[in-house]
Structures are given as C-alpha cells and as structure tokens.
Design a protein around this ligand. Structure first.
Ligand code: 3PG
Length: 219
C-alpha cells in the first residue's frame, strides 16, 4: 500500500531522486533501476514534454512505486497529475492559488520555501512539510539549523545542490525529513540508458536512507 500523507512519504522515502525525463521510453527502466536499488519513490518534474506520459507508464508498470511530480507551478496541474496517478506534488515555491489547488484535490503537496516569511505563510496555513529550495545557495545546513528553533514544528526536504557528499549531513538534522535531488539519476546516465549506474547509485542512497531509519552511520 502506498503512503497517503507527506509524513508517510518522507518516512518511506528519505531520499527522493528528482528526474526530468526527456524520452518516454526511459521512464520504466529508470524507475525499475531505482526500485531494484532499493528506493521506493521518484519525483518526475514537469519540465519536459514527456513528463505526463512517463508518469502514466511508471504508474502502470510499478503500481507500488511512490510517484511524485515536481516543478508544479500552476494550480490546474494538480487535477492533471492526480488523474495520472501521482502520489504527491512538489513545487519550487508557494502561491495562494497552488495551496488552494492542493487543498481542493487533497493530493499530498510539498511546497517550496527558502525564507522565514515563506515558511510563516505555510505554517499559518497548516503546512508542516516544506521543500527547502534551492537548499545550498539559500544557506544550506546552517540555514536549516537557524530555522529549527524558530519553526520547531516544521519539517524540511532540502533540494537543490544536494549531493552524495552532503546528503547524510542534511539527513542528520532534526528538522530534515527527507532530501531530494538529481545526483542519483545524472542526465548523462539516463540519456545513455546506463541503468546499472542508476541502480548502483540507488543502492548507495538506500544504504544511507536505511541507516537514517535505524540510526546507524552510513559507512
Ligand atoms: C529540484 O528540482 O528539486 C532541483 O532542481 C534538483 O536540484 P539538483 O539538480 O541540484 O539536485
């Protein structure tokens, strides 16, 4: 059974690969490589023409896979992606219209925020899970540590500049529920159909995610 809230999604998938699919044929082998490597979720961005068809194919081929849709910037996209089988939506930012659409569809939604004011808007409206974007250039871990005591009830999913080198340090923060990024699925490996490389990266990421769940160090 797939999770139905952002809290459950973050717990099941502390590391979420973010992918822009250029050719629909890439969608299922890519998702299969991630799943074989041990990951349970992917976020497909709406930055390509192939995105919607890719979503449908993954949903059909891997019914248990947790399917996120990223770069959601227009309210009407919520209805579209819910119909295509998305489990959650992600936006780089937040607007009142996007929040209203998320509330109307009931689709779990991770809105983006990078400042205290944006976080306050989300917090006042009842949001608890927020994408911290773009994480590294917005102050990275130091910013999240500073925001922690001010917003003790908020959980963040940093994305933008997360890498194999810094992901574990982000996940070690109390107010980080999950991290996202493209480093697990580099565009050149996807273009080349190098699914073994994607699987290897997913395995490594899953090791890090598992150690977070059990509290043991990644290596
Ligand atoms: C996103 O869509 O969340 C980011 O563009 C991913 O950023 P990254 O490519 O730096 O991981």
């Amino acid at each position: 059974m797939r999770p139905t809230t952002m809290a459950e999604i973050a717990a099941a998938a502390p590391i979420i690969p973010v992918v822009t699919i250029e050719r629909v044929e890439e969608a299922v082998p890519l998702a299969e490589a991630l799943r074989t490597g041990g990951l349970r979720a992917v976020e497909i961005t709406l930055r390509s023409d192939a995105a919607r068809a890719a979503l449908m194919r993954i949903r059909e081929a891997l019914p248990e896979f947790i399917l996120g849709v990223g770069t959601v910037t227009r309210p009407e996209e919520f209805g579209d992606i819910a119909r295509l089988g998305a489990d959650f939506a992600v936006s780089p930012g937040v607007t009142p219209e996007l929040l209203a659409a998320a509330e109307a569809t009931g689709l779990p939604f991770l809105p983006g925020a990078a400042t205290a004011s944006e976080i306050m808007i989300l917090s006042l409206r009842g949001w608890r899970y927020v994408k911290f974007f773009p994480a590294e250039v917005s102050g990275g871990r130091a910013a999240l540590k500073a925001l922690g005591p001010v917003f003790p009830h908020m959980q963040f999913c940093p994305t933008g500049g997360i890498t194999a080198e810094n992901a574990a340090d982000y996940l070690a923060l109390d107010n980080v529920a999950c991290v996202g990024g493209s480093w697990i699925t580099p565009a050149e490996a996807v273009r080349a159909g190098d699914w073994a490389e994607i699987e290897r990266r997913a395995e490594w990421a899953d090791g890090m995610a598992s150690s977070r769940r059990t509290g043991t160090p990644a290596c």
